[in-house]
Design a protein around this ligand. Sequence first.
Ligand SMILES: [Zn+2]
Length: 246
Amino acid sequence: MVLDPPNPPQRSFEIVARQIAAMVRARYDIGQKLPGERELAKSFGVSRPTIREAILSLAMAGMVRVRNNSGAYVVSRHEAPDVDTLEGFGPFENLRARHLVEPQIAGIAAQRASESIIAKLADSLAAMRWEHAQGRESDQADHRFHILLAEATGNGVLVSICDQLWRGQIESRIWREIHTRMRMEDYRPTWLKDHEDIYAAVVEHNPRRSSAAMVRHLTHIEEALMTASHSKVLARQATTEGVTAP
Ligand SMILES: [Zn+2]
Protein backbone atom coordinates (compact mmCIF):
# COMPACT_ATOMS: atom_id res chain seq x y z
CA MET A 1 0.00 0.00 0.00
CA VAL A 2 1.29 3.43 -0.92
CA LEU A 3 0.54 6.05 1.72
CA ASP A 4 -0.52 9.55 0.77
CA PRO A 5 2.36 11.99 1.09
CA PRO A 6 2.23 13.92 4.38
CA ASN A 7 1.44 17.61 4.40
CA PRO A 8 4.55 19.78 4.10
CA PRO A 9 6.15 19.97 7.55
CA GLN A 10 5.31 23.09 9.52
CA ARG A 11 8.26 25.25 10.44
CA SER A 12 8.39 26.40 14.07
CA PHE A 13 9.48 29.95 13.22
CA GLU A 14 6.61 30.37 10.74
CA ILE A 15 3.94 29.21 13.21
CA VAL A 16 5.26 31.56 15.92
CA ALA A 17 5.81 34.46 13.49
CA ARG A 18 2.12 34.25 12.52
CA GLN A 19 1.10 34.29 16.18
CA ILE A 20 3.29 37.33 16.86
CA ALA A 21 1.92 39.05 13.72
CA ALA A 22 -1.66 38.44 14.91
CA MET A 23 -0.73 39.89 18.33
CA VAL A 24 0.78 42.97 16.63
CA ARG A 25 -2.30 43.57 14.51
CA ALA A 26 -4.57 43.19 17.55
CA ARG A 27 -2.70 45.27 20.12
CA TYR A 28 0.26 47.24 18.74
CA ASP A 29 0.78 50.53 16.92
CA ILE A 30 3.58 51.49 14.55
CA GLY A 31 6.70 52.36 16.54
CA GLN A 32 5.71 50.34 19.60
CA LYS A 33 8.20 47.96 21.09
CA LEU A 34 7.44 44.25 21.30
CA PRO A 35 7.96 42.39 24.58
CA GLY A 36 11.43 40.93 25.13
CA GLU A 37 12.48 37.53 23.87
CA ARG A 38 12.17 35.85 27.26
CA GLU A 39 8.63 37.15 27.75
CA LEU A 40 7.55 36.15 24.23
CA ALA A 41 9.04 32.68 24.74
CA LYS A 42 7.00 32.31 27.91
CA SER A 43 3.74 33.57 26.46
CA PHE A 44 3.95 31.43 23.30
CA GLY A 45 5.35 28.40 25.14
CA VAL A 46 8.41 28.02 22.87
CA SER A 47 12.18 28.35 23.28
CA ARG A 48 14.09 31.61 22.95
CA PRO A 49 15.86 30.41 19.77
CA THR A 50 12.42 29.87 18.17
CA ILE A 51 11.40 33.43 19.14
CA ARG A 52 14.72 34.65 17.71
CA GLU A 53 13.94 32.94 14.39
CA ALA A 54 10.37 34.27 14.35
CA ILE A 55 11.46 37.88 15.04
CA LEU A 56 14.18 37.65 12.39
CA SER A 57 11.66 36.33 9.87
CA LEU A 58 9.28 39.20 10.69
CA ALA A 59 12.15 41.67 10.32
CA MET A 60 13.05 40.16 6.94
CA ALA A 61 9.36 40.40 5.95
CA GLY A 62 9.31 44.10 6.95
CA MET A 63 6.92 43.93 9.90
CA VAL A 64 9.39 44.74 12.69
CA ARG A 65 12.78 46.38 12.97
CA VAL A 66 15.46 45.41 15.46
CA ARG A 67 17.02 48.38 17.23
CA ASN A 68 20.33 48.62 18.98
CA ASN A 69 20.25 46.58 22.17
CA SER A 70 16.63 47.40 22.83
CA GLY A 71 14.59 44.85 20.91
CA ALA A 72 12.08 44.74 18.08
CA TYR A 73 9.75 47.59 17.07
CA VAL A 74 6.65 47.48 14.88
CA VAL A 75 7.14 49.14 11.48
CA SER A 76 4.12 47.72 9.65
CA ARG A 77 0.83 46.19 10.74
CA HIS A 78 -1.13 46.24 7.51
CA GLU A 79 -0.62 42.93 5.79
CA ALA A 80 0.14 39.36 6.67
CA PRO A 81 3.93 39.22 6.65
CA ASP A 82 5.47 37.14 3.91
CA VAL A 83 7.34 34.70 6.12
CA ASP A 84 6.12 31.70 4.12
CA THR A 85 8.36 32.70 1.20
CA LEU A 86 11.57 32.41 3.27
CA GLU A 87 13.35 29.26 2.13
CA GLY A 88 14.23 26.44 4.45
CA PHE A 89 13.79 25.68 8.12
CA GLY A 90 14.98 27.95 10.89
CA PRO A 91 18.64 27.26 11.71
CA PHE A 92 17.92 26.61 15.40
CA GLU A 93 15.18 24.13 14.55
CA ASN A 94 17.58 22.42 12.16
CA LEU A 95 20.29 22.33 14.84
CA ARG A 96 17.89 20.72 17.30
CA ALA A 97 17.35 17.93 14.77
CA ARG A 98 21.11 17.61 14.29
CA HIS A 99 21.46 17.31 18.10
CA LEU A 100 19.12 14.32 18.05
CA VAL A 101 20.86 12.52 15.21
CA GLU A 102 24.53 13.42 14.83
CA PRO A 103 25.87 12.50 18.31
CA GLN A 104 24.45 9.01 17.74
CA ILE A 105 26.09 8.87 14.33
CA ALA A 106 29.43 10.01 15.81
CA GLY A 107 29.17 7.29 18.47
CA ILE A 108 28.49 4.50 15.96
CA ALA A 109 31.20 5.89 13.65
CA ALA A 110 33.73 5.56 16.49
CA GLN A 111 32.76 1.91 16.92
CA ARG A 112 32.78 1.01 13.25
CA ALA A 113 35.08 3.35 11.29
CA SER A 114 37.42 1.48 8.93
CA GLU A 115 41.01 2.53 8.26
CA SER A 116 39.94 3.91 4.91
CA ILE A 117 37.21 6.14 6.44
CA ILE A 118 39.67 7.32 9.11
CA ALA A 119 42.13 8.29 6.36
CA LYS A 120 39.38 10.23 4.54
CA LEU A 121 38.39 11.99 7.79
CA ALA A 122 42.05 12.99 8.23
CA ASP A 123 42.05 14.34 4.65
CA SER A 124 39.00 16.49 5.24
CA LEU A 125 40.50 17.79 8.51
CA ALA A 126 43.68 18.71 6.61
CA ALA A 127 41.53 20.54 4.01
CA MET A 128 39.77 22.44 6.82
CA ARG A 129 43.09 23.48 8.38
CA TRP A 130 44.43 24.61 5.02
CA GLU A 131 41.33 26.68 4.23
CA HIS A 132 41.33 28.25 7.69
CA ALA A 133 45.00 29.16 7.26
CA GLN A 134 43.98 31.02 4.07
CA GLY A 135 41.24 32.81 6.04
CA ARG A 136 38.57 31.01 4.02
CA GLU A 137 35.43 29.13 4.85
CA SER A 138 35.70 25.37 4.91
CA ASP A 139 32.09 24.46 4.14
CA GLN A 140 32.88 21.64 1.72
CA ALA A 141 35.43 19.96 3.97
CA ASP A 142 33.11 20.41 6.95
CA HIS A 143 30.19 18.86 5.04
CA ARG A 144 32.42 16.00 3.90
CA PHE A 145 33.59 15.36 7.48
CA HIS A 146 30.02 14.97 8.74
CA ILE A 147 28.99 12.79 5.77
CA LEU A 148 32.03 10.53 6.29
CA LEU A 149 30.98 9.94 9.90
CA ALA A 150 27.54 8.89 8.64
CA GLU A 151 29.19 6.64 6.01
CA ALA A 152 31.23 5.03 8.79
CA THR A 153 28.00 3.73 10.33
CA GLY A 154 27.44 1.62 7.19
CA ASN A 155 23.82 2.83 7.03
CA GLY A 156 22.85 4.64 3.82
CA VAL A 157 19.68 6.08 5.36
CA LEU A 158 21.80 7.87 7.98
CA VAL A 159 24.05 9.24 5.21
CA SER A 160 21.00 10.63 3.43
CA ILE A 161 19.55 12.09 6.67
CA CYS A 162 22.91 13.67 7.53
CA ASP A 163 23.13 15.22 4.07
CA GLN A 164 19.57 16.54 4.39
CA LEU A 165 20.36 18.09 7.78
CA TRP A 166 23.37 19.82 6.27
CA ARG A 167 21.34 21.18 3.37
CA GLY A 168 18.63 22.22 5.83
CA GLN A 169 21.24 24.48 7.36
CA ILE A 170 22.84 26.09 4.33
CA GLU A 171 19.60 26.46 2.38
CA SER A 172 17.89 28.26 5.26
CA ARG A 173 17.25 31.92 4.44
CA ILE A 174 17.42 32.82 8.15
CA TRP A 175 20.76 30.97 8.50
CA ARG A 176 22.15 32.96 5.57
CA GLU A 177 20.91 36.20 7.15
CA ILE A 178 22.68 35.39 10.42
CA HIS A 179 25.76 34.03 8.66
CA THR A 180 26.44 37.36 6.94
CA ARG A 181 26.80 38.87 10.43
CA MET A 182 29.20 36.25 11.78
CA ARG A 183 32.86 37.14 12.13
CA MET A 184 34.03 33.71 11.02
CA GLU A 185 37.59 34.26 12.21
CA ASP A 186 36.16 34.27 15.77
CA TYR A 187 34.68 30.81 15.32
CA ARG A 188 37.08 28.91 13.05
CA PRO A 189 39.57 27.88 15.79
CA THR A 190 36.80 26.46 18.01
CA TRP A 191 35.10 24.62 15.17
CA LEU A 192 38.41 23.18 13.95
CA LYS A 193 39.21 21.96 17.48
CA ASP A 194 35.70 20.40 17.68
CA HIS A 195 36.36 18.40 14.50
CA GLU A 196 39.81 17.39 15.78
CA ASP A 197 38.26 16.11 19.02
CA ILE A 198 35.67 14.05 17.11
CA TYR A 199 38.41 12.67 14.86
CA ALA A 200 40.64 11.73 17.85
CA ALA A 201 37.73 9.88 19.46
CA VAL A 202 37.01 7.98 16.23
CA VAL A 203 40.70 7.02 15.89
CA GLU A 204 40.68 5.58 19.40
CA HIS A 205 37.29 3.93 18.73
CA ASN A 206 35.76 5.66 21.73
CA PRO A 207 32.00 6.12 21.07
CA ARG A 208 31.21 7.97 24.27
CA ARG A 209 33.95 10.53 23.67
CA SER A 210 33.00 10.89 20.01
CA SER A 211 29.32 11.51 20.84
CA ALA A 212 30.22 14.03 23.52
CA ALA A 213 32.56 15.87 21.13
CA MET A 214 29.74 16.09 18.56
CA VAL A 215 27.34 17.49 21.20
CA ARG A 216 29.95 20.15 22.03
CA HIS A 217 30.41 21.00 18.33
CA LEU A 218 26.67 21.48 17.75
CA THR A 219 26.36 23.48 20.98
CA HIS A 220 29.19 25.77 19.82
CA ILE A 221 27.43 26.35 16.50
CA GLU A 222 24.17 27.18 18.30
CA GLU A 223 25.95 29.60 20.66
CA ALA A 224 27.64 31.30 17.71
CA LEU A 225 24.27 31.72 15.97
CA MET A 226 22.66 33.13 19.13
CA THR A 227 25.51 35.66 19.47
CA ALA A 228 25.43 36.68 15.80
CA SER A 229 21.64 37.13 15.81
CA HIS A 230 21.55 39.20 19.02
CA SER A 231 19.92 42.60 18.55
CA LYS A 232 23.21 44.36 19.40
CA VAL A 233 24.95 42.66 16.49
CA LEU A 234 21.97 43.09 14.15
CA ALA A 235 21.84 46.81 14.84
CA ARG A 236 25.62 47.38 14.84
CA GLN A 237 26.14 45.80 11.45
CA ALA A 238 23.55 47.78 9.56
CA THR A 239 23.82 46.07 6.21
CA THR A 240 20.46 44.52 5.42
CA GLU A 241 17.22 46.31 4.78
CA GLY A 242 14.48 45.70 7.26
CA VAL A 243 16.44 43.86 9.93
CA THR A 244 18.42 46.76 11.31
CA ALA A 245 17.80 50.19 12.70
CA PRO A 246 18.11 53.18 10.42
ZN1 LIG B 1 31.17 20.56 11.58
